[in-house]
Design a protein around this ligand. Structure first.
Ligand code: DGL
Length: 268
C-alpha cells in the first residue's frame, strides 16, 4: 500500500476543458502523478439540472477514489458550483474546485464593468449568485453571457472553423457594447478559446480565468495536509481516461518530455 503522499491526484471535468487547469498545475507540481477523467459522453454539463450534475460528479469521484487518488480537483466550474458541497459531505478526501474568477475582476476593474462567459449551470448556481451580490456591493455591473455551444465546439477539437468564429463574435458582442474592461472565462473549456477571443475583443479588455490561482491553491493545500509528493523519477506516468474519443482528448493532453501520458477509452 503506497503512502498517502505518493498516491495520484485526480482530476475530473465534463470533458477536455479541465486540461487547461492541469496545464497550470503541472508547471507548479511536476513531481506528482495524475489521473484525469474526461466525462465527454455526458458533456455539456451546463445544460443539465443541478441533480444531474451532482449525480455525474459523484460517479466521477467514486471512480477516482477507486484509483486511489489522494485529492480531487473538480476541474469544472459547473460541477464545482453545483456539486462541491455535496461531494465534500459524502467523501472523506480533500477537494479543490474552480469558480469563475469574479473577485479579481471586481477588484481590478477601472470601468466598473466586467463580463462573465460561463455555462447556464454556473450562471444559475447559488455560488455564482454570491459573486454577483459581491459585485453589486462594489458597484460593479456584470454582463453575463451563456456560452451556448462553446463546450461542444471545444469537445469537437476543431476551433478554427470560420462559421464558428463568426457566431462567437455575435455571441460575445454585448461585452464590447457594454464596454467592459475584464472578461472572466467561467468555464474551463473556454480557456482553449482564449487566443480566438483575444483576436476578437479589443485590447482594452483583459481576459482572465482561474487556472493559475487553482494551481497555487492546490500546491498550498498539499503542503498544509502534508500530501505533497516529490517523485524524482526520470519518467512519470499519468493516465487520461475518456468515455468518448481518445483521439480528441490526445489533442489537448500536453506533450512533456518527462511524462508518459497514457490516453485511453474507459466506459464510465
Ligand atoms: N468545463 C466545464 C466548466 O468549467 C464545462 C461544463 C459543461 O460541460 O457544460 O463549466
Amino acid at each position: 500500500m503506497p503512502n498517502r503522499r505518493s498516491r495520484p491526484i485526480g482530476f475530473f471535468d465534463s470533458g477536455v476543458g479541465g486540461i487547461s487547469i492541469f496545464n497550470e498545475v503541472l508547471k507548479l507540481l511536476p513531481n506528482e502523478e495524475y489521473i484525469y477523467l474526461s466525462d465527454s459522453k455526458n458533456a455539456p454539463y451546463g445544460i443539465r439540472s443541478s441533480q444531474e450534475i451532482i449525480a455525474l460528479s459523484l460517479k466521477n469521484t467514486r471512480l477516482l477514489l477507486e484509483q486511489d487518488c489522494k485529492l480531487i480537483v473538480v476541474a469544472c466550474n459547473t460541477a464545482t458550483t453545483n456539486a462541491i458541497d455535496e461531494l465534500r459531505l459524502r467523501f472523506d478526501v480533500p477537494f479543490i474546485g474552480i469558480e469563475p474568477a469574479v473577485k479579481p475582476a471586481i477588484l481590478n476593474s477601472q470601468l466598473k464593468r466586467i463580463g462573465v462567459l460561463a455555462t447556464r449551470g454556473t450562471l444559475s448556481s447559488e455560488l455564482f449568485a454570491r459573486s454577483v451580490r459581491e459585485a453589486v456591493q462594489h458597484q460593479i455591473k456584470i454582463t453575463e453571457i451563456e456560452g451556448k455551444g462553446l463546450v461542444e465546439r471545444v469537445e469537437s477539437g476543431d476551433l478554427r472553423d470560420s462559421k464558428f468564429i463568426k457566431e462567437l463574435k455575435v455571441l460575445i458582442s454585448p461585452f464590447i457594447q457594454q464596454r467592459i474592461d475584464f472578461l472572466v472565462l467561467g468555464c474551463t473549456h473556454y480557456s482553449f478559446l482564449r487566443p480566438i477571443l483575444t483576436d476578437i475583443l479589443p485590447d482594452s479588455i483583459q481576459i482572465i480565468d482561474a487556472a493559475k490561482p487553482v494551481a497555487k491553491r492546490l500546491d498550498k493545500i498539499l503542503q498544509e495536509l502534508n500530501l505533497k509528493n516529490d517523485l524524482q523519477r526520470n519518467i512519470i506516468e499519468d493516465r487520461f481516461y475518456t468515455n468518448k474519443d481518445p483521439k480528441i482528448l490526445s489533442r489537448y493532453v500536453p506533450a512533456n518530455s518527462r511524462r508518459e501520458s497514457r490516453v485511453a477509452y474507459l466506459d464510465f
